[in-house]
Design a protein around this ligand. Structure first.
Ligand code: TEU
Ligand code: CA
Length: 561
């Protein structure tokens, strides 16, 4: 890849903001747009180029904004359209771009389209959604919802079922209907005209449902087939995205990232093709599913640690297969995943700082566009102090309702352990700014209980400590901007079977980077071939101990070839 061929989003680092939990400006306990605006200088200080905003549209919040009741209105809890425009303007004034969440696999059941659609079989909007007759008095097929339970809901008014791959309040839009597609494209164009800088496309791989909606295989112990397996990368998906490319995405220099549940390499090469025919990049899920429960009926619910060689094998596949033909996104965290320091590193006080930095370095020297989820840059951890009465997430609540209460697959205490390891609310507790009241997030009652470790883990403390995780991220971001090899270098994995160390090289024309990361909690010895002229670019220890790698040690050597 030559220098000119590098696109701006290939050298960019994205900071993800979950508006509900970032900063409350009016003390109603809910983060809002004015709150985000007041923290733009913080994002600027970190050095991120782009903010991805989780949905801020009008929503009854059955799934926290992923159930949209009006795509062109701001949720009043977050502020007004003027507040949004002001945020966009202030971000742009600082050179920060804003990428919006686009949630068009489904709308809210409170959306006007659905209200009309369900009113009668011959309503204009009937075919905006997916309606089917009961089969033998049951659901039209055996698919399950991503949030446990069936993917269909019976509606008395017309005696038919509608499809909802997610919550009951999230009916799937019928993308086979050209009017639905055109309506969505028009809406997207109005946002592009407003000046936004891109879209993060929610579960975009699920838009095209297979012909005939056939039953799928039901795993042992489970009640339903995986609709993810049945629907992802469906027959028309690439046509739909190419149509979106023509009708919307070509209209401006915007960035697009598709959240591609169940994407494989072959499909990713098309979604994220270098020729620009579809999207810029996708979020693949494989490395987030390596530590799933071996019993498919339990899905992600488990607390077993990840086996490092599996992670290396997987990330290496994505690095190598997409190199030169498509583009990766890089992430450890988002609003659907637990905190990475708790999951892949260690949140014990003695390892917290070093392991969070190690994970950061490991990811940020790979090829792709890195995403940092709010709070990751200060090492926010899982929230062990939340219990059953505190959780808000429908995914957690449904797991209890179906897996514990209906099916008896596990008991509530076991599920609670799993939730403390994997639950989405771990990521959603409010941002920790200070060690004061509610960590400076609000003076009201936070919508979700705070993680109780904000007395030590908070932004103020991070900014006052030159050795903090924050400043480590700041350096990593600067390297990505300044060193083209981070964007263009060839990736090469070392020692795939090593169970404690993840080491790889980035190979450029005239120089190389050697990136060494230990996952061990004790000192270990590893010999790497480090040339005499090598300099240490970044490390999470003050000095270099040569072949000895201290707990969670991470260092990057740079040398001429
Ligand atoms: O997530 C899609 C998704 O497949 C998962 O992340 C899912 O939420 C999780 O595995 C459940 O265990 C997207 C959004 O990121 C998520 O917040 C929404 O809930 C979901 O789509 C529906 O819009
Ligand atoms: Ca508020």
């Amino acid at each position: 890849m030559t220098e000119q061929a590098i696109k701006w989003w290939q050298k960019a680092v994205v900071y993800q903001v979950y508006p509900r939990s970032f900063q409350d400006s009016n003390n109603d306990g809910i983060g809002d747009l004015k709150g985000i605006e007041s923290r733009l200088d913080y994002v600027k200080k970190l050095g991120a180029d782009v903010i991805w905003l989780n949905p801020v549209y009008d929503s009854p919040n059955e799934d926290n904004g992923y159930d949209i009741s009006d795509y062109e209105a701001i949720n009043p809890e977050f502020g007004s359209m003027e507040d949004f425009e002001s945020l966009l303007e202030e971000a742009h004034a600082r050179g920060i771009k804003i990428v919006m969440d686009l949630v068009v696999n489904h709308s809210s059941s409170k959306h006007q389209w659905f209200i009309e659609s369900k009113s009668s079989k011959d309503n204009d909007k009937r075919d905006f959604y997916i309606w089917r007759d009961p089969v033998d008095g049951h659901e039209p097929n055996n698919w399950g919802s991503f949030f446990a339970g069936p993917a269909w809901k019976f509606d008395e008014t017309t005696g038919q079922y509608y499809m909802h791959l997610f919550a009951e309040g999230q009916p799937d839009l019928n993308w086979a209907n050209p009017e639905v597609r055109q309506t969505v494209f028009d809406m997207m164009n109005r946002w592009v005209d407003k000046g936004i800088d891109g879209f993060r496309m929610d579960v975009i791989s699920l838009l095209s449902k297979p012909d005939g909606l056939p039953d799928g295989p039901i795993p042992e112990d489970a009640h339903y087939a995986s609709s993810n397996d049945m629907v992802a990368n469906g027959p028309k998906i690439h046509d739909y995205i190419q149509e979106m490319r023509e009708k919307v995405l070509n209209n401006a220099d915007i960035m697009t990232v598709g959240e591609a549940s169940n994407v494989d390499i072959e499909n990713a090469k098309r979604y994220a093709a270098k020729d620009g025919s579809e999207l810029n990049m996708v979020f693949q899920f494989e490395h987030m599913e390596l530590d799933d429960n071996p019993n498919p009926a339990l899905g992600k619910w488990d607390n077993a640690p990840l086996y490092l060689p599996k992670l290396k094998k997987n990330l290496t596949k994505w690095q190598n297969e997409l190199a030169g033909v498509a583009w990766n996104s890089l992430y450890w965290e988002n609003h659907d995943q637990p905190r990475s320091v708790s999951r892949f590193g260690s949140d014990k006080p003695e390892f917290h700082n070093v392991s969070a930095k190690m994970l950061a370095t490991l990811l940020h020297f790979m090829q792709g566009t890195p995403y940092i989820y709010q709070g990751q840059e200060i090492g926010m951890t899982n929230a062990y102090n939340l219990g059953w009465d505190d959780f808000n997430d429908i995914d957690i609540k449904n797991a209890r309702r179906y897996l514990v209460e209906r099916d008896g697959l596990i008991d509530a205490d076991t599920l609670l352990d799993y939730v403390h390891y994997k639950g989405r609310d771990n990521a959603r507790t409010p941002m920790q700014w200070t060690d004061g009241e509610n960590a400076g997030f609000t003076t009201g009652t936070p919508w979700l209980k705070m993680n109780n470790n904000f007395d030590t883990i908070n932004v103020d403390a991070a900014l006052n400590d030159e050795n903090s995780i924050f400043y480590h991220y700041q350096k990593l971001i600067a390297f990505r901007h300044d060193l083209d090899i981070v964007t263009t270098g060839r990736y090469e994995l070392l020692d795939p079977e090593d169970e404690q160390v993840y080491a790889y090289k980035r190979v450029g024309e005239n120089e190389e980077l050697l990136v060494i990361n230990s996952f061990a909690e004790e000192s270990i010895v590893r010999e790497f071939d480090v040339p005499e002229n090598a300099e240490i670019l970044i490390s999470n220890y003050k000095d270099d101990a040569g072949h000895t790698l201290r707990p969670y040690e991470s260092k990057v050597y740079r040398y001429a070839k």
